[in-house]
Write a protein that binds this ligand. Structure first.
Ligand code: GDP
Ligand code: IMO
Ligand code: MG
Length: 420
């Protein structure tokens, strides 16, 4: 068997959580391979809404095992809050939630370092989610990190203090006041609670599962344009968001990757700082924000909105090896008489048909206009039910990317999904 992948092709919030929840009955295992509590994945079903930050989106399906892979950075406080929120609904999830022992821990001081870095950057700040992601991954690559497998070691507290001291020393170089005592207390309480979960060797687990014919879906967090290598650096997150990250994050080989589902919103959003060529500052932008309820699921910040950027999409399709596209929030475009797609860019009169190294305000998107359908699509159960203008929009995306659109999401609820 091979591992299928579902990941975001824009700047995150494409609707990954919703679609993973929809697809999870087809899989034995859903696994997060990167990122951490910076993610906010929304699931809506039976008039209930859940926002998951660390727990994979297959958690509400009884027969699906959910795994946090080694490429993830885990904050025990946020993790346990999430566990408790789900268990309040009467589920006991210790049995269908496993954690790889190589998963790195986010310390209270990582959160402080994140905030101090951002404050020091001032206007140039990344606009991070403030969850300590950057500093936690920095400790991983500089070989200082603590991993979940360490929590049962007799010298865990000592290891923690050594790392904390390093952080405190670094924090002295900032003009930044902080107090971690409350969070630190909760952190150690959560570490104790974490011990009821099973920790395992991720690579061994996933390869054995594949050999036994188990079906695995890797659930991406963030989006390709936030990837540490491929994204709009430095306005990115600190992990490998792309399909390559599935190999390192779960511990499986490239030839074990199967279908790559690339998920794309019918328009574009971005939270935090950084370039966004198709961003709108007009009434259309306001309408997308308002009708799309575009507020960050983790931070509550307003998401910046703009039209679909085809050049960026083609780039994301290419570097991920996308084999099937998933289009979400098509229903939001139902509000528009006309809408647009940026086909390519122009820089000083010259056509740019690739995603460039530097994105400045001089890079101008060149748009194609589409006629809207101006009708409610929430009742559509098959692609045949779609208005002709939506069918044309889908056909256009397929032709331009060379990839079939296999799922269309027509609303936030689990049931508002058309599978082709
Ligand atoms: P994720 O981070 O990729 O999982 O996406 P988020 O959950 O952060 O943001 C997507 C938002 O859009 C959530 O509020 C979802 O409930 C909602 N959503 C997902 N798909 C659709 C859709 O097709 N139509 C509408 N109207 N909302 C959707
Ligand atoms: P999901 O999985 C949207 C953005 C932040 C910031 C940058 C770096 O819900 O799609 P970080 O905290 O990672 O250091 O922030 O990345 N960002 C996201 N934007 N969706 C996300 O996750 C994001 N995770 C991080 O806003 O610009
Ligand atoms: Mg999100």
């Amino acid at each position: 068997m091979k591992t299928d992948v579902l990941l975001g092709l824009q700047w995150g919030d494409e609707g990954k959580g919703k679609i993973v929840d929809v697809l999870s009955p087809n899989y034995d295992i859903i696994a997060r391979f990167q990122g951490g509590p910076n993610a906010g994945h929304t699931l809506i079903f039976n008039n209930q809404k859940f926002v998951l930050h660390l727990i994979p989106s297959g958690i509400f399906r009884e027969n699906t095992l959910n795994v946090i892979g080694a490429g993830v950075v885990l904050d025990p406080v946020i993790f346990m809050e999430e566990v408790e929120q789900i268990e309040k609904t009467g589920r006991n999830i210790s049995k269908n939630l496993l954690i790889a022992e190589k998963t790195n821990l986010i310390l209270p001081t990582h959160r402080i370092l994140d905030a101090a870095n951002e404050t020091e950057l001032g206007k140039a700040k990344i606009g991070s989610t403030g969850k300590g992601i950057g500093p936690a991954y920095a400790d991983k690559t500089s070989r200082n990190a603590l991993r979940t497998g360490d929590i049962t070691l007799p010298d865990f507290k000592e290891k923690y203090n050594t790392l904390k001291q390093k952080h405190l020393k670094r924090l002295k170089t900032f003009d930044f006041n902080f107090d971690i005592s409350d969070y630190e207390q909760k952190w150690f309480e959560s570490i104790e609670k974490l011990k009821r979960f099973k920790f395992m060797n991720g690579s061994e687990f996933f390869n054995k599962a594949l050999a036994e014919g188990k079906k695995i879906l890797a659930e991406g967090a963030q989006g390709t344009l936030l990837d540490i290598n491929a994204g709009t650096y430095p306005f990115v997150t600190s992990s490998t968001v792309t399909s390559a990250g599935v190999c390192t994050g779960l511990g499986i080989a490239p030839n074990k990757i199967g279908e790559v589902f690339g998920i794309v919103k019918a328009y574009t959003t971005r939270v935090g700082s950084g370039p966004f060529p198709t961003e709108l500052f007009d009434e259309d932008g306001k309408k997308l924000q308002e009708f799309g309820h575009e507020y960050g699921a983790t931070t509550g910040r307003k998401r910046r909105c703009g039209w679909l950027d085809l050049t960026a999409l083609k780039y994301a399709v290419q570097i991920n090896g996308v084999t099937a596209l998933i289009l979400t929030k098509a229903d939001i475009l139902s509000e528009f008489n006309t809408f647009k797609v940026a086909e390519y860019y122009e820089l000083n009169g010259k056509k740019i048909d690739y995603f460039p190294y530097e994105i400045t305000d001089d890079l101008k998107p060149v748009y194609k206009s589409f006629k809207g359908w101006k009708s409610d699509i929430s009742h559509c159960k098959t692609k045949d039910d779609f208005p002709k203008e939506l069918k044309e929009y889908i056909k256009y995306i397929e032709k331009e990317t060379g990839i079939p659109v296999k799922i269309i999401s027509t609303g936030a609820d689990r049931d508002d999904t058309v599978i082709v």
